[in-house]
Design a protein around this ligand. Sequence first.
Ligand SMILES: Nc1ncnc2c1ncn2[C@@H]1O[C@H](COP(=O)(O)OP(=O)(O)OP(=O)(O)O)[C@@H](O)[C@H]1O
Length: 939
Amino acid sequence: MDAASGSPAVAKPTAADPREPLNDLFRDLDSRPDGLSEREAARRLVVHGPNTLVRHGGPRWPRELARQFTHPLALLLALAAVLAAVTGLPGLTVAIFAVIVLNAVFAFVQEMQAERAVEALAAFLPEHARVVRDGGARVVAGADLVPGDLLLLDEGERVCADARLVDGGLEVDLSALTGESVPVYRSAELLDTSGPLVSSRDLVFSGTMITGGEARAVVTATGMRTELGRIAALSQRVRRDESPLERQVKRVAWLIAVVGVGVAAAFLPVGLAAGLSVGAAASFAIGLLVANVPEGLLPTITLALAVGVRDLARHGAVMKRLSAVETLGSTTVICTDKTGTLTENRMRVTRLWTPGAAYQLDPGEPPHVDGPRAGAPDARDAPDASGTPGTPGTPDAPVPPDAIVELVRAAASCTTATPSKGPDDPAVGDPTELALLEAADELGQHSVAAGRDPARLAVFHFDPRLRLMSTVQDAGGGRWRLLVKGAPEAVLERCAGLTAGTRAAIGREIDTLAGAGLRVLAVARRDGGPGEPAPSDRMGAEQGLVLVGLVAMLDPPRSQVAASIATAHAAGIRVHVVTGDNGLTAASIARRVGVGRSGLRVVTGEELDALSEAELDALLTGPEEIVFARSSPEDKLRIADALRSLGEVVAMTGDGVNDAPALRRADIGVAMGRSGTEVAREAATMVLTDDDFATIVTAVEDGRRVYDNVRKFILYIFAHLLPELVPFLIFALGGGLVPLPLTVMQILAVDLGTDTVPALALSREPAEPGLMDRPPRKRSQGVIDRALLFRAWVFLGSISASLVLAGFFLTLLRAGWHPGDPVGSGTALHESYRQATTTAWLGIVFCQIGVAFAARTDHASLRSVGVFTNRLLLVGVGVALGFAALLVYLPAAHSVFGTAALGPAELATVAPFPVIVWGADEIRRAVRRRRARRPRGVS
Ligand SMILES: Nc1ncnc2c1ncn2[C@@H]1O[C@H](COP(=O)(O)OP(=O)(O)OP(=O)(O)O)[C@@H](O)[C@H]1O
C-alpha cells in the first residue's frame, strides 16, 4: 500500500529535475548520452516551441504613444499653440507643437525603456548552438534547441538553454543571471542537490557566457522555462500603476501649470500697459505658460523608477510593480523567516539523544550540552575513541550505542528525500531530511536508504501546521511500524507512557540544544502486531507513540546576514523573525546575526493567540525586536496587519502557499525565487532570486536611492523657475524703463534644451553617503516638501535670479545704456540689448550647471561623493554647453532665439556663475551638517 488518507503518495519527481541523478534525468528527458535524432528534435520543437523569450500581450507602444499626446499637460500646451495661432504668431505655434511632439517622443522612449526588460534579456541568447544529432555534431539555430538535446559547449560561446553538464568542465560568467561577473567553475563532476539552482555546480544556464573550458551538456529547459525566461516572465509582470510619488508630483505639476496660466493671463494687461504690442505681450504670456508647464517631470520619474527596477534585478530582487520601489525605501520593519533566509538551509546533524544515551556527531560544532547519562557513552567523553576504518561517526567517536542506532535509523526511515548515490546521482529533497540520511550514513547505517522505500506502506507528508510527518513501514511477519518525526512539542504531546521525570529531562535537553541554535526534531514510533491493519487515517495513526529520541541539527547563518542586520539597524529599520521553528533555536540564531541587540523577546504562536489587539500593538511598539516562534501563516497575517495599522511600512518574507495573504497584506511582500512556491511569488511584490536576507536590505537601499534621486531632479527642474520669472517681473514692474531681459524662445531653450540631459543624469546619481544611516522617511512625508521648495525656489532660485539680472544689466550698462533708453530694432543699443538677453540666458544655463552639482547631494559634501562620479551628468553638462554655444554663435540661431554672439567680457561675467551657485549651496549644506552634529541644547 502506498497510500493513506490525506496525502498518500510518496513524492517522486515527475518532470525532469535538472539535479536528479544523471541516469534518471536522461530517462525523464527521454534522451541518451549520444543525443537526439533530427526527427525527434523536430517533433519536440513542435511540442515545446522555439527556444526564445516571448512577450505576452502583443505590442503596447501604439497605445502608449497615443497616451503621450492626450495627457492633460500636452493638451494644455496644444491650447497654448492654438492661442498663438489665433493671435497671429505662427513661429510660436510651430515651436509649441514641436515641444509637444518632442516631449511625447521623449516620454514615450523613457516609458518604453521600462518595458524593455524582455528584449534586453533576449539579447543574451546566441543565434546558433552546437549539438549532437543523429550521432554527429551539428550547428543549429539557437531557437531550434529542444529539451534532451546534447549541447557542445566551448570557450567564448554563450549558453543557449539551461543544461546539465554530462562531461567536462567550464568557467562561466553568470552575470546575465546574477549580476555577479566573476566567473565560476562548473563541472560534470561537481554535484549540488540543494541550495539555489543557479549555484549548482553541474548546471549551466541560458544567456551565460563561457569564459574557459569545454564540456557536453544535456538541455533541461528551453525558452521561457529557462531561468532567464523565468526572470523575463517575472519582469513582464511588472505592473505599471500610478505610485503615490507620481500622484503627488502630478498634483504639484498641475498646481504649477495653473499658476502658469494665471501668471500668463495676468501678464497680458501688464505687458500692454508697459507699452508692448499685442503680439509681443501675447507671445510672452504664452511663453510663460509653456515654460511653466513641467511636462518632463512625470516621464523622468517613470524612468528613474524603471532604472531602479533594473538595478534591483541585478542585485537579486525582482520587483513586480514599478511603484513599489519608492515604498521599499520607506520600509520601517522587516519581518523575516529564519530557515533559508537568515540561515543557509544546509542542515547537518550534530547530536543524537535518547533518554538513555547521547551521541555527538560533529565535534567541530560542539553545542554546549550536559555530560553523558548513565550508560550513555558521549562521543566527547569517550577516552579511547578508536577511529579505525569503517568506524561510524567521526574518527574520534566511539561505536554508537544501540539506542542511538535505532534513533538514527528511525529518523532516516521517516523521510522522502533521495540521498546521493555517487557523483552522478546527487541528492534530492528537503535539507532537513537529507541531513538525517547523511547522519545514518555516517553511523554506518547505509542500508536505511536502500530499504526505506520497498518497505514503505504509507506516508503522511510533513504538515507545517501539525509540524509532523510519519511513515508506516512493513516490519515483517505481518507487522508494521509507524515512525513519526517532527517538532518536539508536537511529537511529545502524542507520546504515551512518559514519566514526569523523563518529560522534564527531555525538556531540559531540548532547551539546551535549541539554546545553542540547533534545530531539534523528536522521533517516535508505534508498532502494530501481526494481522493488525496498518493505520490509514492520520489522526488515528499519530497517537500513543513511544519516544525514540531527539535529533539536533545545525543550520549555519548566511555569511552576509549579520552585516545586513547591522545596516538595517543603522537605517532605523527593525527586524522581527517570524518562524515555524522553536523559540530558543530561533532566538539563538537571531542573536547570532545581531537581531535584538537592544532587547529580544520571544513570543510563541500560542502566546500570540492569547494577546489582545491592544497588547499586540504594545508589544510591537515596545523597544524590543521579536522572535515569533512556532508561528503559523495566520500569525504572519495578523502581525502584518497590526504593524500596518501602527503606521509601519512592512516588508514580510514568505515562501509557502499559506503565506500568500500575509505577502499581499504587507507593504512589500517578499517571496523566495529559489525555494518558495509559485503562489507566494505571485502574491509578492518582490521576489528574491537568491533567497538571501541581505538582498532585502540592499533593495531597501536601492529604494531609498531612487527616491532621493527623484527629489534631486525635481530640485533641479524647479530651481530655474525664479530666474525665468524675475526678469519678467522686473520688466512688468519697470513701467517701460527696463527692456525684457529674456525672450520666450530663450526660456523654451532652457527648459527643453539645456536642462533635459542633466535632469535625467540626476536620476542616475549613486547613493549619497549616509543614506543608510538615517531613519526611514515617514509614510506621510511628500516627495516635494517645504525644505525642497525652499532650497529650489528661495535659496538656489534667488541666487540664480540675482546673478542672471546682474549679467543682463552689466552688459547693458557697459554699452552705455540708461534706464528708459530705447533698445528696439534699428536703435543704437539694439545689438547690445540682444547681447544682454543672451548673457542673461547663458547666465541661467550656467547657474543650472551649478544647481546640478549642488543637487547631487542633499546633505553630504560634493567631495564625499566625488565630483566626477556621475558620468552622465558630465555628459549632460557637455551637451548643455554645446547647445548654448550653438545658440550664441550660430547666426541661424540668432533670429530664432533673439540671441547675439558674446565677447570675452560677457563670457567672463557668466563664467563664475556655476561655482557661485554650487558654492553657496555647499556652504549651506556644511552649516546644516554642523548644526545636525551639534548636541541639542547647545546654541
Ligand atoms: N521534513 C520535516 N519532517 C518533520 N518535521 C519537520 C520537517 N521540517 C520541519 N519540521 C519541523 O517543523 C517545524 C516547522 O517547520 P517550518 O518549515 O514551518 O519552519 P522552519 O523551517 O523551522 O522555519 P521558517 O519558518 O523560518 O522557515 C520545524 O521547526 C521542525 O521542528
